[in-house]
Design a protein around this ligand. Structure first.
Ligand code: ATP
Ligand code: MG
Length: 558
């Protein structure tokens, strides 16, 4: 990650906490982790957690782990495991050989549970899930002790072993911590540690019919790996006492320390895994990597770069207070990243024929065109010019309004890097669509002749009809729209879907060399924005282009 800038960046509160832990001897090294649950694809919010944890490990010369928190097989899938690994690697967070699975610790967790029972700190409870909820009490009402709370250690050991051995039905019994049913923190009211559930696990198969609960498993996972700092999001703040109880009661010498930060939210963009999953399952989008989503896979497919995402995460900061970031800031970051690094090419999204009536029929001239005016190192290319061209339909008007400087009958414009042409006539089909525009050109206005005889106000792009490629380009908008109240949900909580979130342009004409573009290659299309080759729908020699982002920005970096 780019941490070598000269600017003095103020340290975030987590860095300051870690400084203190190191200075005051509470920690001698820094080991962090990203612990995804493999029940969906990662999204831009996860990128924040990944880059934060990875960045801290880098900064303090420590170690970064990736650990699959695969303790709930009912929602998990190997497809997700693979996608998550790919996304983390793509973001540049290198876990080296520190890739772990919580399910590999099931034996150790079982042993810890037995240890708690032996200490009289856990018991087997026969209450049903509903009864447990009822006994738990509420925020203003203390809970009641379970009638099974005072079972003997021997009985608990026997019952827990039988739970493991499959003697009882799913849900018939649970193992609970014996903490305090009157605790003001409901999470401390004898939380469930283990449940019986016959599920096949992607890693352990049918070995287990009991599975540990999150609040018990998570601290043990961290402790086993020697995680020094468990950096997590604010919703876990109320669970921290349970976390600390588990690590201390199960006797770890150097318990990890949990520090919470605020989640990244994007204003009026569907970010949560649950909601994205619903869009996928309802078929509203084309899979988890549909370019309209903000999963990492979707952003990659759309043509975002890891650098742009890292910059966005950096700009969004680390804080203890919830806030929302702007999608426009993410767009700003990718635009900044592509601006200097990608060639600017001619690509006509909605073409109309332009014929230069006084240009020789079978002549082709090759004009030198600079690839990126702001970055000389990208060099230049030769672009063919002929009598018949395609231009953008919006670059011509039959009856122009004031201040329209592009083509209209009688007007002269510059064809970018080529000649001045004057519109003489146009043809229409019976439906009234313009089909051909006729022009004449002035040979002495060729761009490399430094013609100064007269000026024109409009410059338009073009491609040679005889040399171009025909491709599909897709333009995207947010998958949801804000209603008049500024909300993306209606009164029933359903998403307000945007009917124009995907616009497909099938008749695009581009410079021929673009037909060779490979998946993820990206370009600036003159006036139309940045486009990248879709990795799924493109075929050899027949790329499909996704618009990454438009050229103009409403976002200003302050
Ligand atoms: P979601 O909130 O989308 O349902 P999750 O929290 O259930 O995601 P996990 O796989 O459990 O997904 O998350 C792995 C890690 O990513 C957790 O440590 C979690 O705190 C963090 N994380 C999840 N969403 C965000 C977010 N929006 N911003 C920052 N970190 C996040
Ligand atoms: Mg989760």
């Amino acid at each position: 990650m780019d941490t070598n800038t000269n600017e003095t960046v103020s340290r975030n509160f987590i860095e300051r906490e870690i400084d203190k832990d190191l200075d005051e001897g509470r920690a001698s090294e820094v080991v962090t982790r990203f612990p995804p649950e493999p029940n969906g694809y990662l999204h831009i919010g996860h990128a924040k957690s990944i880059l934060l944890n990875y960045g801290l490990a880098q900064e303090f010369g420590g170690t970064f782990h990736v650990r699959f928190d695969d303790t709930n097989p009912s929602k998990e899938d190997v497809e997700y495991v693979e996608s998550i690994k790919r996304d983390i690697a793509w973001l540049g967070a290198d876990w080296q050989d520190h890739l772990y699975y919580a399910s590999n610790y099931f034996d150790k967790m079982y042993e810890c549970a037995v240890g708690l029972i032996k200490k009289g700190k856990a018991y087997v409870c026969d209450l049903t899930a509903d009864e447990i909820r009822e006994y738990r009490g509420t925020l203003d009402k203390p809970g009641k002790n379970s009638p099974y709370r005072d079972r003997s250690v021997e009985e608990n050991l026997k019952l827990f072993e039988e739970m493991k051995d499959g003697v009882y039905e799913d849900g018939a019994k649970v193992l609970r911590a014996k903490i305090d049913m009157a605790s003001p923190n409901i999470n401390m009211r004898d939380p469930v540690l283990y449940r019986i559930s016959r599920m096949t696990h992607h890693n352990t198969g049918d070995k287990w019919c009991i599975y540990p609960m999150y609040d018990f498993a998570h601290p043990i996972e961290d402790a086993i790996e020697g995680i020094t700092h468990s950096i997590c999001t604010l919703e876990f703040e109320d669970h921290r006492p349970v976390y600390d109880w588990v690590v201390s009661e199960t006797g770890w010498e150097k318990p990890p320390r949990q520090i919470e930060f605020a989640k990244l939210y994007l204003k009026n963009v569907v970010t949560g895994k649950r909601y994205i999953k619903k869009l996928v399952e309802d078929g509203i989008v084309d899979g988890w990597d549909d370019p309209r989503l903000v999963t990492i896979a979707a952003l990659r497919r759309r043509g975002f770069t890891p650098g742009a995402i890292r910059r966005f995460i950096e700009l969004s900061g680390v804080s203890k207070a919830n806030s929302e970031s702007d999608y426009a800031m993410l767009e700003y970051c990718v635009r900044e990243d592509l601006k200097l690094s990608r060639p600017r090419v001619y690509a006509i999204l909605d073409p109309v024929k332009l014929v230069i009536d006084n240009y020789p029929d079978d002549q082709t001239e090759w004009f030198d065109v600079v690839n990126n005016v702001e970055n000389e190192s990208l060099g230049s290319r030769k672009v063919p010019f002929t009598k018949e061209l395609y231009i953008e339909r919006s670059d011509f008007m039959e009856e122009p309004p004031k201040k329209y400087f592009r083509l209209y009958p009688g007007n002269e414009v510059r064809l970018m890097n080529a000649y001045f042409v004057t519109c003489t006539d146009y043809e229409k089909d019976p439906a009234g669509n313009v089909t051909v525009i006729h022009c004449t050109y002035d040979p002495q206005t060729r761009s490399d002749l430094n013609f100064t005889g007269r000026k024109v106000k409009g410059t338009i792009q073009w491609v040679s009809a005889a040399h171009c490629g025909k491709v599909t380009a897709r333009l995207y908008e947010n998958v949801v729209v804000e209603d008049e109240n500024g909300s993306i949900r209606d009164e029933e909580g359903n998403l307000n879907l945007n009917p124009s979130s995907l616009v497909t342009m099938d008749e695009c004409r581009v410079e021929e060399s673009l037909l060779e573009a490979k998946p993820y290659d990206s370009f600036q299309f003159v006036r139309n924005g940045y486009f990248a080759v879709d990795p799924k729908d493109s075929k050899e020699g027949q790329p499909v282009f996704n618009r990454v982002v438009g050229l103009k920005s409403s976002f200003k970096l302050t």
